[in-house]
Design a protein around this ligand. Structure first.
Ligand code: SF4
Length: 406
């Protein structure tokens, strides 16, 4: 088996706006600049990529996969090789991609429309944060947001080309924003049903919106993967994923788990949920349908990473999570390694960045960090005392973190 060939450019279509894109969600660089999905698929750039891969040449866009494999990890490339080369025995074609002449595996990020503004997300992915960034220059600066227009939607022509008569359509992934509130997702699903197709449907959702319509679609598809984005238990998830309501999320997560054939959790390890890891693990362990917890340690926007928290503060919480009786359940494999990594790390980033980002959100949303984790207060007070008198932000810090009744 070739160690550089990837079937993705022959079968897969990644969309975050039609005017610019990548080979897949993790590929480097933007290589595609075409007017429509069909033009993109048959562009010279795409053909060159396919030719190089068939000639067994490594391409720079695919470096993230090559890097993972060098570390002995699995990769998206290996997923596509297993599925499309081995299982489906796809016939690859430089001009058309495959015998179907269209992509058969779709990753559609239709827009940034969302009903939540999660602290570790950004205006590119959440219309709530886009709105916030427009009125809060400090927040826009944290996200390096310069008022860029959100992604262009797929046109009707694109959707027709991608779905109509796509007999071998294998999978459609919907991400957002929040796909369940996007009319475009339902429009595409209707077209899939009209065409009597049965691809695997994969939806990443924040579990705030499970309506009758959504349930009917889930029932229709024989295979459905739902990735539930859950970053904490109880008030912690409400604080991070504002204005989410935990009881609603919990109820919806249970409904989804009954209906979908494959259920996973996406969890972002961040400064705002280190205190909550133990409760989160206990909560998730109760749901026997969850296949895996796909966790990731966040590094951007500045201030959200758990490494901004003092080591002395974070260690007891990490220890408690590592002692949770469910931590050795295989669904937490990745999370356990990440907790161990933070536990053993001596890295401590300037707390100022964390406090600044937290202050911007807390003031705007009338929330308070210490309601979640009062244990952090003494470290914050110490930190504020060490900030020079000339600092412009110090009075705001004092007012919010020291004087405010929360
Ligand atoms: S090798 Fe990896 S980065 Fe390149 S197209 Fe395949 S899955 Fe994407």
């Amino acid at each position: 088996m070739s160690d550089v060939f990837c079937p993705a450019p022959f079968v897969h279509f990644y969309n975050r706006g039609t005017s610019s894109g990548k080979l897949c969600c993790i590929a480097k660089g933007k290589i595609i600049h075409s007017k429509s999905a069909e033009d993109t698929w048959s562009s010279t750039k795409y053909k060159n990529v396919r030719q190089n891969l068939l000639d067994n040449k490594a391409i720079s866009e695919c470096q993230p996969c090559y890097d993972q494999e060098k570390l002995g990890n699995t990769s998206d490339r290996l997923y596509y090789v297993n599925k499309f080369e081995k299982n489906y025995k796809t016939k690859f074609n430089i001009d058309t991609g495959n015998n179907n002449s269209k992509p058969v595996d779709l990753d559609l990020r239709l827009s940034n429309l969302c009903n939540l503004g999660c602290r570790m997300c950004g205006p590119h992915f959440s219309s709530v944060l886009e709105k916030d960034a427009k009125v809060l220059p400090e927040l826009a600066e944290k996200y390096n947001w310069e008022g860029q227009e959100p992604n262009q939607m797929l046109t009707d022509e694109d959707i027709n080309w991608l779905i109509n008569n796509n007999r071998n359509l294998r999978r459609i992934k919907f991400l957002g924003g929040e796909p369940t509130i996007m009319n475009e997702m339902y429009k595409i699903l209707d077209m899939v049903i009209e065409n009597k197709l049965q691809p695997i449907i994969t939806i990443t959702t924040n579990c705030t919106n499970v309506n009758k319509r959504f349930i009917e679609y889930l029932k229709y598809f024989k295979e459905s993967t739902i990735n539930m984005s859950l970053d904490g238990f109880g008030p912690t998830i409400e604080y991070i994923r504002h204005p989410a309501n935990f009881p609603t999320i919990e109820k919806n997560a249970n409904i989804i788990s009954e209906l979908a054939t494959d259920v996973n959790v996406n969890f972002v390890v961040q400064a705002y949920n280190i205190h909550n890891l133990d409760d989160f693990i206990t909560w998730i362990s109760k749901n026997k349908k969850i296949r895996t917890v796909n966790s990731v340690i966040v590094h951007t926007p500045r201030g959200t990473s758990p490494f901004y928290l003092p080591i002395e503060y974070r260690k007891p919480f990490l220890e408690k999570a590592l002692n949770n009786k469910n931590i050795d359940n295989k669904i937490f494999n990745k999370l356990k390694n990440q907790i161990l990594h933070i536990y053993n790390s001596k890295e401590e980033l300037p707390m100022y960045e964390f406090l600044k980002l937290t202050l911007i959100f807390d003031e705007h949303r009338n929330q308070h960090l210490f309601k979640l984790t009062p244990e952090l207060k003494k470290y914050v007070v110490e930190h504020i005392a060490s900030i020079g008198k000339s600092s412009i932000i110090k009075p705001r810090f004092v007012k919010h973190y020291i004087e405010k009744n929360y």
